[in-house]
Design a protein around this ligand. Structure first.
Ligand SMILES: Nc1ncnc2c1ncn2[C@@H]1O[C@H](COP(=O)(O)OP(=O)(O)OP(=O)(O)O)[C@@H](O)[C@H]1O
Length: 460
C-alpha cells in the first residue's frame, strides 16, 4: 500500500484490499516516527487509488502525522484550504477563516476547534445521535482534552438531569453546608460525595466513607465516635472514630436511613455543637467535619413512621441533591457503557467495541441496579466477548426490551404487550415514531409486534 496524497483528514492510497469493512485500520510508515495506526473509512474508489477519510485513536499519532505534513508543506502564497491569497495577519485566512499558523504548536487544537462545527454540520444529515455523541466525546476528550462539565473525569454524564446535578455540586461544594444525597442504589451517591469533597476547600483533608447499614448496630457507635481503652470488653486501647478520622475533611454517611435512633440523636448533637464524645469517655472533642449523608430509602416515610428524626432530617437536608435513576438519563446509558469499556480496555490492554445490537440493548434496558449494574454488565461483556465485539448476549441483556422512562421500574407497569400497543396507539401506529419513543430500532419494533402478535393492519 502506498500513499500518494496525505492531509490531516484524508489520504489517497493505492493497493488497498477490496475486502474492506466500513471502518478499517491502515499502518503507514511516517518517516522519523515509524509505523502509526490510523483508522480509515473508504470514501471513493478511483482509477488513481482510493480516497479514504482518516480518524485518530490518539493525539500523539495526529501530532506525528501533522509534523510530517508540516515538513512537506509547499510554500505558497495562497491559503491551502480555499486558495485565497494568504495575507493572514492574525493567523487566519480572511476568506475561509481557517487557522493558518502552521508553525504554532497549538495549530492542531485551533484547527480542530475552528473546523469541527463546520465539518459536523456538513455531515449531520448522515449521522445519527449516537454517532454525533461519539464524535463529540472523542474530539473533546481525546483531541482537545476538554473535560465535560462534570466535576471530574470519572463522573460521567451529559444528560440534562446530570448537568443539573453537576451544576448543583459546583455550587454547594465550596460551602460548608451539610448535603443530603437521595437516589436509588447505584446511582452515584458516593461519587457525588467525593466530588463535593474534591471541589471543596477541604480537598486536602481526608474523605471518610461509612456505610451505616453495613456495620452491626452494636459496633456502630464505637466505629463512628471512637472509644476509650476499657470502654467495653475487648477495648484494649483507645481508638479514633470515623468522625475524628475525617477531621478537617468530609464524612460521608451512606445509608443514613438505617442509623439507629440513639445514634440519630448523637449525630444531631454533633451537627449542633460539632463535639464528639468517644464511647467510655467523659470528655468531648471539637471536630471540624463536613457531613454528606445519603440514602436510597424514603426518609419522608421513615419520618412518618417515627423511624427517622424529623429534626435530624431538617439539619441534614439543608441542601439536597437527587441522583436520577439511570433509566432517566437518556444517552448517558451508552456514554457510561463506553466509559466503562474504555476503562476496562485500558486496564487489560485489550480493545473491544459494542455491536449495534449491544448499544441498542443498553439503551432499552431499564437498569434497576443503575450505574453499578451497567458497570457489571459491561465488565461481563468485556470478559465474555468472543473476538473484538461485545454482543447483548455477552452482557446478558435482552435485545428489544422496551422501557419508558416514566414507567420503568414501576410496580404498576402492565404487560409488555399492553405497553407496546399503547405506545403504538399514541403514535398513530407509525413504527418509526413508536420505535423512537421506546428508544429502540425499527427492526426491534417489528420484532416486538411479531412477538406479541399485535395486528399490523393499522401499522404504517
Ligand atoms: N456518573 C457516573 N460516572 C461514572 N461512574 C459512575 C457514575 N455513577 C456511578 N458510577 C459508578 O457506579 C458504581 C456505583 O456508584 P456509587 O457507589 O457512587 O453509587 P451509590 O448510589 O452510592 O450506591 P449505593 O446506594 O448502593 O451505595 C461505582 O463504581 C461508581 O464509580
Amino acid at each position: 500500500m502506498t500513499i500518494s496524497e496525505l492531509s490531516l483528514s484524508g489520504a489517497l492510497v493505492n493497493g488497498l484490499s477490496t475486502q474492506l469493512g466500513e471502518l478499517f485500520a491502515i499502518r503507514p510508515t511516517i518517516p522519523g516516527r515509524g509505523k502509526v495506526e490510523l483508522l480509515a473509512r473508504l470514501v471513493r474508489q478511483a482509477e488513481n487509488g482510493a480516497a479514504i477519510r482518516l480518524f485518530y485513536s490518539d493525539q500523539d499519532t495526529m501530532q506525528a502525522l501533522w509534523e510530517h505534513i508540516k515538513g512537506n508543506l509547499l510554500q505558497t502564497d495562497t491559503c491551502p484550504y480555499c486558495d485565497h491569497p494568504d495575507d493572514s495577519r492574525d493567523g487566519s485566512c480572511d476568506k475561509c477563516n481557517l487557522y493558518l499558523n502552521f508553525s504554532n504548536k497549538n495549530y492542531l487544537e485551533r484547527h480542530i476547534e475552528n473546523t469541527f462545527a463546520q465539518r459536523l454540520n456538513i455531515r449531520l444529515s448522515r449521522l445519527n445521535l449516537e454517532h454525533i455523541q461519539k464524535i463529540i466525546h472523542f474530539v473533546d476528550s481525546k483531541l482537545l482534552k476538554i473535560q465535560h462539565r462534570s466535576p471530574d473525569k470519572e463522573f460521567v454524564g451529559t444528560s440534562p438531569c446530570m448537568l443539573s446535578v453537576f451544576s448543583m455540586i459546583r455550587k454547594v461544594a465550596p460551602t460548608e453546608m451539610s448535603v443530603l444525597l437521595l437516589g436509588e442504589s447505584g446511582t452515584g451517591k458516593e461519587v457525588t460525595a467525593r466530588s463535593l469533597h474534591n471541589l471543596s476547600t477541604r480537598r486536602e483533608g481526608p474523605f471518610v466513607a461509612v456505610n451505616c447499614a453495613a456495620i452491626p448496630e452494636t459496633l456502630l457507635e464505637a466505629e463512628l465516635f471512637g472509644y476509650e481503652k476499657g470502654a467495653f470488653t475487648g477495648a484494649y486501647a483507645s481508638r479514633k472514630g470515623k468522625f475524628e478520622s475525617a477531621d478537617g475533611g468530609t464524612l460521608f454517611l451512606d445509608e443514613i436511613g438505617d442509623l439507629p435512633a440513639p445514634l440519630q440523636a448523637k449525630l444531631l448533637r454533633f451537627l449542633e455543637d460539632r463535639l464528639v464524645q468517644p464511647v467510655g469517655s467523659a470528655l468531648s472533642r471539637k471536630i471540624d467535619v463536613r457531613i454528606v449523608a445519603a440514602t436510597n430509602c424514603d426518609l419522608q416515610g421513615a419520618m412518618a413512621q417515627g423511624r427517622f428524626r424529623t429534626d435530624l432530617f431538617y439539619r441534614l437536608n439543608s441542601f439536597t441533591i437527587k441522583l436520577p435513576p439511570l433509566r432517566e438519563r437518556g444517552e448517558d446509558r451508552v456514554r457510561l457503557a463506553r466509559y466503562f469499556l474504555e476503562k476496562f480496555s485500558h486496564s487489560e490492554n485489550k480493545f473491544l467495541d459494542f455491536s449495534d445490537e449491544a448499544l441498542e440493548a443498553i439503551g432499552a434496558h431499564s437498569w434497576p441496579g443503575n450505574v453499578r449494574e451497567l458497570e457489571n454488565k459491561v465488565r461481563r461483556g468485556f470478559l465474555m466477548a468472543q473476538g473484538r465485539v461485545i454482543d447483548p448476549e455477552c452482557m446478558e441483556l435482552e435485545l428489544g426490551r422496551p422501557v419508558a422512562p416514566a414507567e420503568a421500574g414501576s410496580a404498576s407497569r402492565g404487560s409488555q404487550k399492553e405497553y407496546v400497543v399503547r405506545v403504538l396507539e399514541q403514535n398513530d401506529y407509525v413504527i418509526a415514531k413508536a420505535a423512537r419513543q421506546l428508544n429502540i430500532s425499527r427492526p426491534s419494533m417489528y420484532a416486538l409486534i411479531k412477538k406479541h402478535g399485535i395486528s399490523r393492519d393499522n401499522v404504517k
